[in-house]
Design a protein around this ligand. Sequence first.
Ligand SMILES: [Zn+2]
Length: 297
Amino acid sequence: MLMRLVSSFRWTARCSARNPTHTNHIDFAINSKSVEKLRDGVFQMTCVFCKQLVEESRIEHILPESLGGSDWACMSNGLVCATCNQYFGSKVESKALSSYPFLPFRLLLGIPTKHKKAPFMKAAIGTLRSSHLPGYLGLDPLSDSVEQGIFNNKITQVRIIAEPVEPLAVCRLLLKMGLELLAYNSDEAHLPRYDAARKFARSPHPNSRWWFLIACDFVSLFLRFKNGVSPSEWESGISLSIEDVGEGNVFHLKLLEMSLFVPLEQQIDAATNLRDFAPEWQVYEVVAGRSPGHPQQ
Ligand SMILES: [Zn+2]
């Protein structure tokens, strides 16, 4: 028998979304798929997204590398096929990770892309860049007059819009991460109850709908950035979990003081299940456009 050990992972015990403090830790897991699907020496797997039986796959990061997902965030081979992996990378992740809410984290923490490119963000007065100094951001002023305005104390703030501009991509990336985490923890991800989530993540029908929720303590988060966040604080400030809210399972991604939730089952209603997040939270309804990846506005 061949057993593949996968890297360590924080994992939150199933619990009510209202009481997400009960946390278990698992040091490593053995992926049963990599035990069962070895046939004639060829490793075969059923992709969690397209359900095709294919041979082998690449290592997949549940938490994208551009969010700091290094070895600890890797799933074993054998859960996502190369085609789906490539599709998500080019059509979903790139859009989601270069926009709110993910881009400010990457910018403030200086996390480069997997191709080692430094993150940047356009703002009204110029381009913001990581400074790699705690509490500082780089700025390329838009013009000489902006630069003068800064030196003359006429321009004293730069504003980052705290609203998703690519809500569809953000929603689909959250679904992808949630389904991968389910697949990583158990065989459950292949069940029909997750087909709608699979579909919306991989190839949503035009006009089909989903939702996600962002809850954030912006004051505490800002203080963190102001004081600087070390790589180890960032790693320990991230958690990925599946939470049972009664009507079904929800994926919860926690990034320091921000929590993102996406239902993994279609029947879960935002209004009745997730409504007590202090101090600030917002539900985003997402509608798929004619061409997947482009929100219909
Ligand atoms: Zn696939």
